[in-house]
Design a protein around this ligand. Structure first.
Ligand SMILES: Nc1ncnc2c1ncn2[C@@H]1O[C@H](COP(=O)(O)OP(=O)(O)OP(=O)(O)O)[C@@H](O)[C@H]1O
Ligand SMILES: [Mg+2]
Length: 252
């Protein structure tokens, strides 16, 4: 695990021959068939693939929500595949931010309380007063501070997803994984949520996003395509392309 790039960075995530089998009545079904992958700090990765290709399964491996059948997951030099259940839960709470298509906010808690929850679980960021102040800052960063004290049911879908992003940032993780985060939003709202992700990447976060949206996927720094549990395409946007897409954005 001593690999370095030209700048001296080591990969943030390394997957080695990662496999995941689900038990089914018809026998084991391999949703991931041997994934080898390195994700570097600061990358904005879009994972594309048809329904059933294995996108959510892969995201669930990266976030420790589910465990692999075989192979290795190294994140920031930690062997995730070897962690005990307790260690994994603790690691996930502190080191990973996850965003889902369906937001998955707690309906009985206000937006701010939803953002405070991961801080509370991890015992980070001080008293509840201090946690509340941090939650408000995070909500301000995604431009919905004024909704902090409302219940999720009282804000729009795009605003709920912003709350979910603020919650994912609660414990300041190095990387965020998002499973079709714009999948239930209209295209304008999706665009705004995508802009939040772009700002996070510009601020140094690493982002891994499963999506069906080709247009959004054309604006990230790297695209992966998964088919039947295997990565079949891995493309990096060159700097020139990135430059051009920024120019296009400014002209839009
Ligand atoms: N718990 C499970 N038990 C059995 N098979 C499963 C289970 N979860 C997923 N699968 C199967 O694994 C494969 C990959 O599923 P996955 O949810 O990762 O696909 P996906 O790419 O996220 O699809 P979508 O775009 O529809 O969300 C599919 O064939 C699916 O039917
Ligand atoms: Mg999925």
């Amino acid at each position: 695990m001593n690999k370095r790039d030209a700048r001296g960075d080591a990969p943030l995530i390394v997957l080695k021959n990662l496999q995941k089998a689900y038990r089914t009545p018809a026998g084991d079904f391999y949703a991931l068939k041997g994934i080898d992958l390195e994700i570097w700090p600061g990358e904005f990765v879009a994972l594309l693939g048809r329904s059933g290709a294995g996108k959510s399964t892969l995201i669930n491996m990266l976030t420790g929500i589910d465990r692999p059948t075989a192979g290795e997951i190294w994140i920031q030099n930690k062997a995730i595949h070897r962690m005990s259940e307790g260690k994994l839960t603790q690691w996930r709470g502190r080191e990973v931010g996850v965003v889902f298509q369906s937001f998955q906010l707690m309906p009985m808690l206000t937006c701010a309380q939803n953002v405070m929850l991961p801080m509370d679980f991890a015992g980070l960021y001080g008293t509840s007063r201090q946690q509340y102040a941090r939650a408000r800052d995070l909500l301000a960063a995604v431009e919905i501070a004024e909704h902090a004290d409302k219940l999720p049911s009282a804000v729009s879908g795009g605003q709920r997803q912003r709350v979910a992003i603020a919650r994912a940032l609660a414990n300041d993780p190095a990387f965020l994984a998002a499973d079709e985060p714009t999948g239930s939003l209209d295209s304008r709202t999706a665009d705004a949520v995508f802009a939040v992700f772009q700002r996070l990447v510009d601020a140094g976060k690493t982002l891994f996003m499963a999506t069906h949206d080709r247009e959004l996927a054309s604006r990230v720094s790297r695209t992966l395509r998964i088919e039947d549990g295997l990565i079949v395409e891995d493309r990096r946007l060159t700097d020139a392309q990135e430059e051009q897409s920024h120019v296009a954005e400014m002209g839009a």
